[in-house]
Design a protein around this ligand. Structure first.
Ligand code: PLP
Length: 480
């Protein structure tokens, strides 16, 4: 690597990215290309000889950017946000620059130790119980995604129960979650070999705002125990993907504990809000949890990927995931003096991701991060108010964080058309390229989701988005 060539190229890249952010509103938010669009625009094989960076930039402009959905656009309101920030970007850059592979402490002591420290900082900010801190038996680790986080704790919980019951009990062990739980839990069960018929996705209803009912959980557990099955894992969610439902952690955790189950809390999206004292109540009861996860790459200004996972008993993870081949042996590991994060995750290799989170916490500070969250929630409240003022629409579930679930009411209360009408509205809105929103289905009804959370979004973007929605709704209703 030639340092001067790097300097020249990297400066060009920074300029390119800075200009991208400056002009991001000029692009259609949702990419409007058709499947396979890129195939005919690029050669069939890699070049034999080097090409210039300028030529590549030209291709990025002409061929790549049209196929990009602009997650960082201020007019992006789909799924959940995936924040970038200057701090996150700088951390990512430094991580790419150092390009270490920090699987064991010895492979870069700073990578392991900074990760432990930064996750302790974040745990304290979230007021997680002390057992999640690295000073005791627990600690935090950065996973790539919430899906990996739930998989590793499920494996730890599975092995813990199988050590007690014997390996042949695999077909008897049961996982519980609500039907609003992210499909990552189902995927984790598939990978962990949990029998598909032993994965209980318990029904939720609008009367509990789609939160898991402790009574329904108790009934399911009692039924399973009566037929000789063994409950071993419960996943609760704070801020479900469809509608930000919040499961009652305290009650659920107590049930899990009294049945000897591992209790995991998935706060992938809403966990970030809990750094504000007024939203911390939504994770009350986390004291009962064995593990807790939030995605700093969603709503915490940390560029993808950075999913923070804490466990109370790190030994359980290590017992499931550690290997100790000769070629990785070293004095510090053998003497048990250090954390080797390779034993807390699926892959061996791992990036220096804590740099991003460290940069975010230091360059912004807690007060700014709290303001950032509050501002998005205020913008969502603003949007909710606009929807409520238009009698053609309804807000479907009470808004808690920065997601508004709403729908266009079918004319003459004809529910037969309601789902198609809202699907048509979604398609019409997203094909304008002006904004991008997504959908879900709750109690059989097709619902539109408006998630505020892109770092550049201001009130004027939310107001303009509502105008796009109203105009498209008027056009659609006019055609009926
Ligand atoms: N859990 C919840 C509540 C989510 O909303 C999501 C994604 O939106 C996930 C888990 C999965 O996240 P990841 O892509 O980090 O696996």
């Amino acid at each position: 690597m030639d340092a001067e060539q790097f300097r020249e190229h990297a400066h060009k890249m920074v300029d390119f990215i800075a200009d991208y952010y400056k002009t991001i509103e000029n692009f259609p938010v949702l990419s409007q290309v058709q499947p396979g669009y890129l195939h005919n625009m690029l050669p069939d094989s890699a070049p034999n000889h080097p090409e210039s960076l300028d030529d590549i930039f030209n291709d990025v402009q002409a061929k790549i950017l049209p196929g990009v959905t602009h997650w960082q656009s201020p007019n992006y309101f789909a799924y959940y946000p995936s924040n970038s920030s200057i701090a996150g970007f700088l951390g990512e850059m430094l991580s790419a620059g150092l390009n270490i592979v920090g699987f064991s402490w010895i492979t870069s002591p700073a990578a392991t130790e900074l990760e432990m420290i930064v996750l302790d900082w974040l745990a304290k900010l979230l007021k997680l119980p002390d057992e999640f801190l690295s000073a005791g038996q627990g600690g935090g680790v950065i996973q790539g995604t919430a899906s990996e986080a739930v998989l590793v704790v499920l494996l730890a919980a599975r092995d813990k129960v199988l050590r007690r019951l014997g390996k042949n009990a695999l077909e008897k062990i049961v996982v519980y979650a609500s039907d609003q739980t992210h499909s990552a839990v189902q995927k984790a069960c598939q990978i962990a070999g949990i029998h598909p018929e032993n994965c209980r996705l318990l029904k939720t209803e609008s009367s509990t705002n789609y939160a898991l009912s402790p009574d329904i959980l108790c009934e399911a557990i009692a039924h399973d125990v009566a037929i000789g099955l063994v409950p071993f894992f419960l996943c609760a969610t704070v801020g479900t993907t469809s509608s930000t439902a919040v499961d009652p952690l305290l009650a659920l955790g107590k049930i899990a504990k009294s049945n000897g189950m591992w209790f995991h809390v998935d706060a992938a999206y809403a966990g970030s809000a809990c750094i504000c004292p007024e939203y911390r109540q939504y994770i009350d009861g986390v004291e009962e949890a064995d593990s807790f996860n939030m995605n700093a790459h969603k709503w915490f200004l940390t560029n993808f990927d950075c999913s923070a996972l804490w466990v109370k008993d790190r030994t359980a993870l290590v017992q499931s995931l550690s290997t100790n081949p000769e070629f990785l042996k070293n004095k510090a590991s053998q003497a048990n003096m250090v954390v080797d994060y390779k034993d807390w995750q699926i892959p061996l290799g791992r990036r220096f991701r804590s740099l991003k989170l460290w940069m975010v916490l230091r360059l912004y500070g807690i007060e700014n991060l709290q303001c950032y969250i509050r501002n998005h929630i205020k913008l969502a409240e603003h949007f909710e108010g606009l929807v409520a003022q238009d009698p053609r629409f309804e807000v479907v579930t009470p808004r808690i964080f920065s997601l508004v679930c709403f729908r266009l009411l079918p004319p003459r209360n004809n529910e037969d058309n309601g789902n198609k009408l809202n699907n048509d509205l979604l398609e019409a809105i997203n094909s304008t390229g002006k904004i991008f929103i997504s959908h879900t289905v709750l109690s059989g009804k097709y619902i539109l989701r408006f998630a505020v959370g892109a770092p550049l979004t201001e009130e004027r973007h939310v107001t303009a988005a509502w105008k796009v929605l109203q105009d498209e709704a008027s056009a659609l209703l006019g055609r009926l």
